[in-house]
Design a protein around this ligand. Structure first.
Ligand code: ATP
Length: 307
């Protein structure tokens, strides 16, 4: 426990969090970047859209010359289904997700969408198929409408309002001083954490892409807000291929498939019922651990991997 207060460790942790915040902002910017041609191969093709099945095939990855962060990861997130990724902090969950929009390319193996290696398609056509909801919703200074339309500049007002309704956000938006025209940001209104999350989910719905990458929030919301966000997520997840970094037992239990990661490797795959039945597995241990706390991918690992 004392180690947790070591200043150097705290600093290292802070740095990682900062880097992650930058990556999260990049995810939004780059997903919508109209010209992300850097890194496209000369004869890159357009990704043909199917159901949006995502396959990780023997994927390995490391940041720069550092230690491998992912090793030989193989699994398929089926089209139209929800695949939850769980595991202790540092297991590589966010890194794995960031390979799908190609913020990074694997150092070995492939990521395939509907059978096509995504290294062979244009980033633009790839990212058109992806919506992303981060843990910390990123909203910019501008009206609520602008923040929603950012996901798809040609969306009509009606489409924006329909998405907000599905995301359980329409009512609270109308209750703001200027409704959809209400300004957010430093000089605008402050929304609660749950409201920000619902705007972010509505934005993913405006985008209307077949693949949804979701980094579930760990921060606690009050019960009412939590229920509203859950309802919004259910709408967003319906009929999409969802890859979710899951922290809440309710999300995990409802997933079609759960991929358990530890130290860059997939250690278990199965349904909630399958994995719960394996009492000596990591999933069962994480679950037992989370019953004492609130988050299944608790920051502390049940087994001490730190020393
Ligand atoms: P958490 O649940 O805490 O978000 P995670 O399972 O998502 O963890 P990752 O964030 O993918 O894990 O991190 C896996 C490893 O890669 C960690 O050791 C982390 O320090 C390292 N890492 C993550 N992002 C970067 C980066 N941008 N540069 C260098 N190393 C990184």
């Amino acid at each position: 426990l004392l180690l947790a207060y070591d200043p150097a460790r705290r600093l290292a942790r802070l740095q990682i969090n900062l880097e992650r915040a930058v990556v999260n902002a990049r995810m939004i910017y780059e997903i919508l970047d109209e010209q992300p041609t850097q890194g496209d191969s000369a004869n890159a093709s357009e990704l043909a859209v199917g159901g949006g099945e995502i396959e990780f095939r023997n994927v390995g990855f490391g940041y720069g010359l550092g230690e491998p962060v992912l090793e030989n990861v193989s699994f398929t997130a089926e089209a139209g289904k929800t695949t939850a990724i769980v595991g202790p902090s540092g297991a590589g969950k966010s890194t794995l997700i960031s390979l799908v929009p190609r913020f990074y390319d694997p150092s070995s193996g492939q990521v395939l969408i509907d059978g096509t290696d995504i290294a062979t398609v244009t980033k633009k056509s790839l990212r058109h198929q992806i919506a992303y909801v981060s843990q910390q919703p990123w909203l910019f200074e501008g009206s609520i409408r602008d923040n929603l339309r950012y996901a798809r500049p040609d969306a009509t007002d009606t489409e924006i309002e329909d998405a907000a309704r599905l995301a359980n956000a329409h009512e609270f938006i109308l209750a703001q001083p200027q409704g959809y025209g209400t300004m957010l940001g430093e000089n605008g209104v402050n929304l609660s954490g749950g409201q920000r999350q619902r705007i972010s989910i509505a934005r993913a719905l405006v985008r209307d892409a077949p693949i949804l990458l979701l980094d579930e929030a760990t921060s606690a919301l009050d019960n009412e807000s939590e229920a509203a966000v859950q309802k919004a997520l259910e709408s967003a997840m319906r009929n999409r291929t969802v890859l979710v970094i899951a922290h809440r037992l309710s999300t995990i239990a409802r997933a079609d498939r759960i991929v358990v990661m530890q130290a860059g490797k997939v250690v278990e795959i199965g349904s909630h019922a399958d994995l719960s039945a394996t009492t000596d597995g990591l999933y069962a241990r994480l679950q037992a651990y989370s019953e004492k706390g609130s988050s299944v991918s608790a920051d502390a690992t049940p087994t001490n991997t730190d020393s």
